[in-house]
Write a new protein. Structure first.
Length: 279
């Protein structure tokens, strides 16, 4: 996997860190851009989770040569199940079958992985079954849900997954002044609380607007890190890359919580506090 884009390299670095630090979650939702280009990175993640001979190399923490890695690439590894839509929907019976199958122990190692393709096609009935699966995870079972748009996935599902993204940011040529103002407050640290009332009143007055603003902010930061020039972002030139990366991580970790957090102001206080701690 040579010549990775910034977004791909960031994904690889992040999943390597997850494996190295043994902080694997029980459920992930991965947002894909070009499925044909991005899906190999999903399988790379699966190999990192299941490979019995992990080594540190350019392809991540997997040997990429053993029988396990080869069978994962061919999507026929016994401890990997892949669910696809039956017609236009992912149906309840598919998930019940998966749940029954995964009540058994791993056939080979100590972990099992299942992938749900096009998670936005879960209908209300299958989503309810999926929700129970996510709320009561069995030890050693890892869920990976895939979608091309995280916001098309039901909120109840989204909120119970750690969200990762392989979506490349579209070039943002013109940025709304309110978003620019918010970014200026953000990188200044304490200005978030100094201008709290203004932010709450005119920049992100509710959950829906906050999600939209943070989506734009994340894309702006990715654009900046990718070296795309934009005169409106010239004030970011003195901001360290690690600081921007920390902001992106916080946004990706906190936005899913917004979905089920009843108290919007409490959530806003929490994410602002995390931003202020970034040095």
């Amino acid at each position: 996997m040579n010549d990775l884009t910034y977004i791909q390299q960031r994904f690889v670095n992040y999943i390597e860190t997850i494996i190295k630090t043994d902080k694997l979650s029980h459920s992930y939702l991965i947002e894909l851009g070009d499925v044909s280009l991005d899906y190999p990175f999903v399988l790379l993640f699966v190999k990192m989770i299941l490979c019995p001979h992990p080594v540190s190399n350019i392809d991540g923490l997997n040997c990429n040569r053993c029988n396990t890695c080869q069978l994962i690439d061919e999507e026929i590894f016994p401890d990997l199940e892949i669910i696809e839509a039956d017609g236009m929907q992912i149906k309840k019976k598919q998930l019940l079958s998966l749940k029954e199958e995964y009540q058994n122990y791993s056939l080979i190692g100590h972990r099992r992985v299942y992938i749900i393709r096009e998670a936005e096609k879960l209908n209300p009935s299958s989503a309810n079954t999926m929700l129970k699966f996510l709320e009561e995870p069995e030890e050693g079972i890892i869920a990976i849900l895939l979608t091309k748009n995280r916001y098309q996935v039901l909120d109840t599902i989204l909120s119970r997954c750690q969200v990762l993204s392989l979506v490349d940011s579209t070039e943002i040529s013109s940025i709304d002044d309110t978003v620019i103002r918010f970014i200026r407050y953000l990188i200044s640290g304490d200005d978030l609380f100094v201008h709290y009332k203004e932010i709450l009143d005119s920049i992100m007055p509710d959950k829906t607007v906050a999600k939209e603003v943070f989506d734009i902010v994340e894309k702006i930061f990715i654009q900046f890190l990718s070296g795309q020039e934009n005169d409106q972002l010239s004030f970011l030139s003195d901001t360290h890359r690690d600081k921007i990366l920390s902001y992106i991580t916080i946004i990706e970790e906190e936005i899913p919580k917004l979905v089920y957090n009843i108290n919007y102001k409490l959530w806003l206080d929490s994410i602002f506090s995390r931003f202020v701690e970034v040095k």
